[in-house]
Ligand binder design. Sequence first.
Ligand code: FES
Ligand code: FES
Length: 153
Amino acid sequence: MITKVGLRINGENREGIVRMADTLLDTLQDQFDLTGAKRGCENGDCGSCTVLIDGWPMKSCITLTVEAAGKKITTIEGLQGSLVQKAFMDKWAFQCGYCTPGFIMNCHALVNIHPDANDKVIEEWLESNICRCTSYQEIREAVRSVLQKKGEM
Ligand code: FES
Ligand code: FES
């Protein structure tokens, strides 16, 4: 079955024609040309496809597009110039970069939801994303530097 769906993506109202079984990842990539969320495991384990839905990190490969209708969706394209994106660059928190959009989305939500996050909380949040080639140390440092900056604001 095919249906029309209204989505609010990165602050813009968009309309898509989707099958009930289409994932949000499919729709973002195929209909809206938003390719920043990456296709990895496609079963909810790696986090490379992470987007924010109403501010919470969600795996877009296991979220149906119809479930996201009417909600506020943020993709990596909507976080250009964000503190977390800058911190990842400053701390060299990437190597090949394939996992990086997903990590940035997750870390952006983390610093917003837990502005006082300690190392244990950071560790727990980072468990939802997998990086195969860089050290998680730089990613932790990037998150800590944003938390510190936000604390000084
Ligand atoms: S591609 Fe979605 S969690 Fe791996
Ligand atoms: S930087 Fe290559 S998978 Fe994370």
